[in-house]
Design a protein around this ligand. Structure first.
Ligand SMILES: *Cc1c(COP(=O)(O)O)cnc(C)c1O
Length: 379
């Protein structure tokens, strides 16, 4: 049997990635914000049913755009972020001078403990960053209301949630701002790319200035002003046309990719259901349409987790641990973001195991992963 890798970056079955990249080369405009960027904008807008999108070179850059829009340099500002997340979620805000206040997670979903987040709101809180984890979507009903009441921005780190919805609302269109990742480890990708989303159209002119290195060049192109000038602390945040062309082919395969991933995820659910194992399993709520980005389990102890990873490796199956918490990391201590323990984050992050899931896998691969986990735990 051949090795079951944790991820194999997606390629569309049409093979149009090659065709569109050749088209860029023939057209000789490479640097970005061109034809394929516009095509991606249109397709992403259609999928999300939201017009306010900007393609970025990564989700990290999209988070930096969110942070730049929210930052008021004349005051001290805090943002509340779950500690159980990727470093970029916090770093994008920390770099612009926000104080990071870490909150705990809910043990069942491994996503933000909304009550803990709300209890940490102060007069300095400028934003709460909700992270949708593992193809699941955090219910934002209560958080949205509280944020509105307290005049706090709600940002969705939807890096892993492209195409997901909750109560028929697309992930990434619920908060004030959101970001997606098109890194090769995500469902659809361009090697590296991402996307920024704003709920309100009124944010798009500032977002566009920040996107284009902080200048108002877009106003010059529209004829609104005759010379461009430096108006925001921006970055060089858009991807090249080569990446956009590749991504456009991937976005065209959105439905096929989603279908396949859902089948694999549902097979994990089904295969584990028939077994009596002493593990916790990812359980996505009925109100969520997931995108099959991930499937995870939690072992009863850290030793069992390490043992299982080694056992699976001996069977040529890759499986990985989850995030290492950020709140007690070296950089958090250095920057004074470490404000004490987060019990659920600290205990649960040591038990989680992410299983392989990608479009080059078959249903029988999933069965084989589950069979091996069963034999390790029963053995
Ligand atoms: C992948 C990921 C990111 C970073 O995405 P890049 O496109 O690599 O910058 C940020 N947040 C979460 C939750 C992610 O999973």
């Amino acid at each position: 049997m051949s090795k079951i890798k944790f991820n194999i970056p997606y390629l569309s079955s049409s093979g149009n990635e090659n065709l569109y990249i050749s088209d860029v080369i023939n057209g000789s405009h490479y640097s970005g914000n061109g034809r394929y960027t516009t095509k991606c904008h249109n397709l992403i807008s259609n999928i999300l049913d939201c017009p306010n999108v900007l393609l970025t070179d990564s989700c990290t850059s999209a988070l930096e755009i969110c942070a730049s829009i929210i930052r008021d340099y004349s005051s001290e500002q805090e943002v509340i972020i779950p500690s159980y997340t990727f470093s970029s979620t916090a770093a994008a805000f920390a770099k612009l001078g926000f104080k990071i206040i870490f909150c705990d997670i809910d043990k069942n979903s491994m996503m933000m403990d909304v009550e803990d987040a709300i209890s940490k709101i102060t007069k300095k809180t400028a934003a709460i960053i909700a992270v949708h984890y593992g193809g699941d979507v955090l219910n934002l009903d209560r958080l949205s209301l509280t944020c509105k009441e307290k005049n706090v921005n709600l940002v969705e780190d939807a890096a892993q949630a492209f195409g997901c919805s909750i109560d028929n609302k697309m992930a990434g269109t619920i908060g004030d701002y959101a970001c997606f990742s098109f890194h090769e480890t995500k469902n659809l990708h361009a090697g590296l790319a991402g996307c920024f989303v704003a709920k309100n159209k009124s944010d798009m002119s500032r977002a566009t200035f920040i996107w284009e290195r902080g200048t108002n060049r877009s106003e010059v192109l529209k004829g609104a002003v005759d010379k461009y000038t430096w108006v925001e602390l921006g970055g060089s945040y858009y991807p090249t046309e080569l990446q956009a062309a590749f991504l456009f082919a991937q976005l065209e395969s959105f439905d096929t990719n989603l279908q396949k991933r859902k089948e694999l995820h549902n097979q994990y659910v089904e295969s584990f259901q028939s077994l009596q194992l002493n593990i916790k399993k990812q359980a996505i709520s009925q109100s969520v349409k997931h995108n099959g980005h991930a499937y995870w389990i939690k072992l009863p102890s850290e030793d069992k987790l390490t043992g299982l990873i080694e056992f699976l490796r001996s069977k040529e199956i890759d499986a990985y641990i989850g995030y290492v918490p950020l709140h007690n990391s070296p950089i958090s201590k250095k920057l004074n973001f470490y404000l004490g323990t987060l019990p659920v984050t600290e205990s649960e992050s040591k038990l989680i195991l992410r299983l392989p899931i990608h479009c080059a896998m078959s249903i029988s691969d999933v069965k084989s992963v589950v069979k091996n986990i069963n034999s390790y735990l029963q053995g």
